[in-house]
Design a protein around this ligand. Structure first.
Ligand code: ZN
Length: 204
């Protein structure tokens, strides 16, 4: 029996690869372009210039939103966890220890104690200060210890560290000093600062 010639696929592939090799590479053309400055680009290339007016809003959320609204009224709100019993401010939606909702709201006193403080002769944006700022962590009365928030101490005279340290100590009682009611806007800065509470019959 005469053998039928097999479909010669390998020969076809060989021809195709030979054909590919025979194509000459395109001639190298010299690069004739040049860079454009920003001004040249605007003059020579059709462009559209559009400056969008975009406004952004930030939602403080239910817990902080209610806290900020309280500040506008001169109140410091906190929340209590029904599981572990902690009371914290600023309020939060859930307890970070047991992940249960913190939905029992309480009105706290506007007094507290100094947890820690610092004497700063430079602003957050690197401007020198002659009279220092005194950022401090304040633990609001009625809250669980060590859940205070950062604010400023004020009503302290003198500009040296020694003068400040004579008037400010960790654990000393302070009270919130508020902006006038008409100037409040529902912000943490509605409290201007916390001032030392001078005990009756005792020199502060
Ligand atoms: Zn809890």
């Amino acid at each position: 029996m005469k053998r039928k010639p097999a479909a010669n696929g390998s020969a076809a592939r060989r021809r195709a690869s030979t054909a590919i090799r025979r194509i000459d590479a395109p001639p190298r053309l010299p690069m004739r372009g040049h860079g454009l400055s920003d001004v040249e680009f605007r003059q020579k290339v059709p462009t559209v210039w559009w400056e969008p007016k975009l406004e952004y809003g930030w939602d403080a959320g239910e817990a902080i939103g209610r806290f900020l609204a309280g500040l506008k009224e001169g109140k410091i709100y906190g929340v209590r966890c029904r599981t572990c019993g902690r009371t914290v401010t600023p309020p939060r939606a859930f307890c970070e220890l047991d992940f249960k909702p913190m939905d029992e709201w309480v009105t706290l006193p506007t007094t507290g104690t100094v947890n820690t403080f610092s004497v700063c002769y430079i602003t957050w944006d690197m401007k020198p200060l002659r009279k220092p700022q005194i950022p401090a962590v304040i633990e609001i009365d009625g809250t669980t210890p060590r859940v205070g928030f950062l604010h400023l101490l004020g009503g302290v005279s003198g500009s040296t560290v020694e003068a400040v340290r004579k008037q400010v100590q960790v654990g000393m009682p302070v009270r919130a000093v508020w902006k006038p009611l008409r100037e409040r806007e529902g912000a943490i800065t509605d409290i201007l600062y916390f001032a030392p509470v001078k005990a009756k019959g005792r020199r502060a």
